[in-house]
Design a protein around this ligand. Structure first.
Ligand code: CA
Length: 444
């Protein structure tokens, strides 16, 4: 080393030492879990101690949303940080064996694992993809180093080969046998953490729990013997309890490697609860999965990063799953470029109290003929018919339409909605019989 090289090493060293090492990021997603399904969100009959511990050690969002009340579009928004309707990913593909031909997270879009990989992360995914079946759309083509899971929208919890059109894969190889999928996905994620404990890692763990089919192992059902009598509710409770255990396994694995303080952990659901289908609950919200009422898009949403974001904080301003990508990139020391065209924002300054403003003045949703927008406490929405205006601060259950008593606000929000909708493109596919796009009735 000559003198000049030596001096330049000296100059660079303090900077390198001062920079925080990159934290690990673990993103856990539940499926069809409603706003009222966790203890920390008021659930009384199903204990969820591990999920609730994230609220205790971090932040619980009371107004946390996904960008669609339905599985695949939500995931397209989550994985890109962009409103999925900007790139035509508006609907599900339909069931695996009859999925629309051109379905998949458009290849024009860059997914979260690729962003994290570019920042030096080992990336692993364990669970439900639902963003394309064809080889070009496979998770390992979108930035994941490792993958274990299924590509469709739902799967048997017990039988790996239940649906020939929707197998379980390790990488690109079909798997013949599976443990209970919830246990298996959590176990695979924990093993990935074990293998990668010394390098920054990004884990995406999208459980199929608590989506149908209602299937649980006896050991989980037994927890509710004599406590829950309705058989469907009892199975649902067992499925949720198993997922909570899976989250517990991840938290314990981080602890085991002394990585808890070096890891940003997020949990949220992919849409609200379809109460009639799986007994999940959204109270006190109106509506369900597949609807742009609050019950369809407002979900349990939790984040912990001990020492970096506050502990036991309840955060009431609206946030959206689109914020995860910029938040993770910022945590990793990266900076999104203009041409990423993100709609989400980095939440860390807001959670740390460094930014006293709100992450979003407005939020928007479009799902076929349904649409909605938030502006502060106000929500303008339509189920495909005349729009209604609600004040969520005084009426979280969306019961009193104020469109005629607040005509100026109604007008202004309608204009803003239309301006946002200009940035959307037509849906790239519209599956037969999917929710949200009821056939327009012919006017008589
Ligand atoms: Ca779902």
């Amino acid at each position: 080393m000559n003198r000049r090289q030596f001096l330049s090493v000296l100059a660079a060293a303090p900077l390198a030492a001062a920079a925080d090492p990159k934290p690990n990021v673990v993103l856990i997603v539940g499926d069809d879990l409603g706003y009222a399904d966790l203890g920390s969100y008021g659930c009384k009959d199903i204990p969820t101690p591990f999920l609730d511990s994230i609220a205790k050690n971090g932040v619980r969002f009371t107004d946390g949303h996904v960008s669609c009340p339905y599985c695949s579009p939500t995931r397209a928004g989550l994985m890109t940080g962009r409103y999925q309707t900007h790139f035509g990913h508006e609907f599900n593909p339909g069931p695996a064996e009859q999925a629309v031909e051109n379905f998949g997270l458009p290849l024009t879009e860059t997914a979260m694992p690729k962003r994290m990989k570019d920042l030096g992360y080992k990336t692993g995914m364990f669970g439900k993809w639902h963003l394309g079946y064809k080889p070009a759309y496979h998770p390992q083509q979108r930035g994941f180093d490792e993958y274990y899971g299924f590509l469709g929208g739902a799967h048997s919890y017990l039988d790996a080969e239940a649906d020939p059109a929707n197998p379980i894969f390790r990488g690109t190889a079909k798997v013949a046998k599976v443990e209970y999928t919830t246990d298996q996905f959590a176990g695979e994620a924990a093993a990935f953490i074990d293998r990668n404990k010394d390098s920054p890692f990004f884990v995406y763990l999208p459980f199929n729990a608590v989506h149908t089919p209602l299937e649980a192992l006896p050991k989980y059902e037994a927890r509710f013997d004599g406590k829950i009598t309705d058989p469907r509710r009892k199975t649902f409770a067992a499925m949720l309890s198993a997922m909570d255990d899976g989250v517990g396994l991840i938290l314990k694995t981080l602890d085991k490697h002394k990585l808890t303080n070096k890891t940003l952990v997020v949990f949220h659901s992919d849409n609200g609860g379809p109460t009639p289908v799986n007994t999940s609950r959204n109270d006190p919200l109106r509506g369900f999965k597949a609807q742009v009422y609050e019950g369809g898009t407002r979900v349990p949403f939790l984040m912990q990063w001990p020492g970096k974001i506050p502990k036991g904080k309840v955060y009431d301003h609206p946030v959206i799953a689109l914020d995860m990508l910029p938040t993770f990139v910022a945590a990793a020391g990266g900076k999104p470029a203009e041409d990423w065209k993100l709609d989400g924002v980095n939440l860390l300054p807001f959670l740390k109290g460094k930014d006293k403003g709100v992450p979003h003045k407005q939020l928007f949703w479009r799902f076929g003929r349904q649409w909605a927008m938030r502006d502060g406490d106000w929500k303008l929405m339509s189920m495909g018919d005349a729009p209604a205006l609600y004040n969520l601060k005084t009426d979280i259950g969306e019961s009193k339409d104020l469109s005629t008593t607040e005509p100026a606000r109604f007008e202004k929000m309608t204009v803003d909605w239309k301006a946002w909708d200009q940035k959307n493109i037509p849906a790239r596919w519209v599956p037969q019989g999917a929710a949200g796009q009821k056939k327009k009735k012919k006017k008589a």
